[in-house]
Design a protein around this ligand. Structure first.
Ligand SMILES: [Zn+2]
Length: 142
């Protein structure tokens, strides 16, 4: 093998590699713009569905990807919200893909406030009742 053959062979390899690298770069750039548009669309969908609630959005995305037993707020569903908004989290067993129901923080607080109001109302009624009984007793046995 003479010197010229070696020179041309090596320079051809370098040129071929440079061309392949150029093609690869073009493919990556085209794919990057596609990936950016997909990320942009997903970002818009997440923002429209969950607003600023990052934790809820993250949980929902994780569950969409992996799949596990999803826990939805029964009160939210009853109020007409969709599964995505009613999603509370996930629960064991992770292999079970069915839906379970629970109560979200907002509706739990609302329910506790209602129970507190009812207890207070019952206490006031009991006090009125006791006062009425006391009045009756005074009238019967002054
Ligand atoms: Zn709820």
């Amino acid at each position: 093998m003479n010197e010229n053959a070696l020179y041309y062979t090596l320079s051809t390899i370098a040129k071929t590699l440079a061309a392949a690298f150029g093609v690869l770069t073009a493919i990556v750039l085209v794919r990057l713009s596609t990936i950016q548009s997909v990320i942009g669309a997903a970002k818009t969908a997440v923002h429209e569905t969950w607003g600023g609630n990052f934790n809820k959005a993250w949980t929902a995305l994780r569950l969409l990807k992996g799949g596990a037993m999803r826990v939805l707020c029964a009160w939210c569903l009853k109020a007409g919200k969709g599964d995505a908004e009613a999603l509370i989290g996930e629960r064991e067993p992770v292999a079970d893909k069915r839906t379970s129901h629970g109560i979200c923080e907002h509706h739990r607080r609302e329910l506790e406030e209602r129970v507190t109001r009812l207890r207070e109302e019952m206490r006031r009624q009991a006090e009125r009742h006791d006062a009425d009984v006391e009045d009756l007793r005074k009238n019967v046995d002054p």
